[in-house]
Design a protein around this ligand. Structure first.
Ligand code: ATP
Length: 234
């Protein structure tokens, strides 16, 4: 579904992504793990068309989307839940969800998807009229995920969905991610919580200072001594 080949990204003179290649097959959860500053967010932002790479190809369902703008990429079925959630605080929960569907014209299906979001996140339905800024961190994360689902993505990019959440909520968010995947959405997940990410991922890549240094199945990497030492607390 997604194939990134030999991608190079620069911020001025900083070479943030160095010749990286990543593949995500339909139906998979693939995770990208790595320390702070490794280039995980840059990878997702480049796929979404928010940053333009210097070299490389980004094939989405066989089409090179490297030079396509971010809005067109969403229309093609690729949606991004950004790091830090970025819900619109002064808008209501309902308005935030509606914004997720603003590129769509299929009103009937939008209604259906809204109902699906409510059944997945009952708390959001309870808070529809409330401003998003009044929600707790976990609820805001749910809203950010719900908003992304409202574009009916085939591929969902998620940037550190567990960031800043209490352990119980982290578990809940990961189980929601697994469930969204089981319902048919392919997922590329960026996480610092390597333990949880590897436990739900079919395959994983490890990014270090802009380079992919390791890849394998979630299980293989969770058992690797190198990974245990560097990312799983020994
Ligand atoms: P984090 O978990 O902290 O978000 P990350 O793995 O997502 O880390 P990136 O945010 O992608 O890492 O950053 C990769 C590198 O690019 C870092 O060295 C960072 O300092 C640099 N960088 C990121 N954004 C910019 C920017 N807008 N301008 C210049 N350098 C940047």
């Amino acid at each position: 579904m997604l194939e990134i080949k030999n991608l190079d990204v620069y911020y001025g003179v900083i070479h943030a992504l160095k010749d990286i290649s990543i593949q995500v097959n339909e139906g998979e959860i693939v995770t990208l793990i790595g320390a702070n500053g490794a280039g995980k967010t840059t990878t997702l932002r480049t796929i979404s068309g928010l940053i333009k790479p210097k070299n490389g190809t980004i094939l989405f369902n066989g089409e090179n989307i490297k030079d396509i703008n971010a809005q067109e990429i969403v229309k093609k079925g690729l949606s991004h839940v950004p790091e830090g959630r970025h819900v619109f605080s002064d808008m209501t929960v309902l308005e935030n969800l509606e914004l997720g569907a603003y590129l769509r014209r299929d009103k009937k299906n939008i209604k259906e998807d809204m109902a699906k979001v409510y059944s997945r996140f009952p708390i959001l339905e309870k808070r529809l009229k409330q401003n998003a800024g009044t929600l707790s961190g976990g609820e805001q994360q749910m809203l950010a995920i719900g908003r992304a689902l409202m574009s009916r993505p085939k591929l969902l990019l998620m940037d550190e969905p567990s960031m800043g959440l209490a352990p119980l909520l982290v578990k809940e968010i990961f189980s929601i991610i697994e469930d969204i995947n089981k319902q048919g959405t392919t997922i590329l997940l960026v996480e610092q919580n390597a333990h949880m990410a590897l436990s739900i991922a079919h395959r994983a890549y490890v990014l270090e200072t802009g380079t992919i240094v390791l890849k394998g199945t979630g299980k293989e990497l969770a058992q690797s001594e190198e990974i245990k030492k560097a990312y799983l607390g020994g």
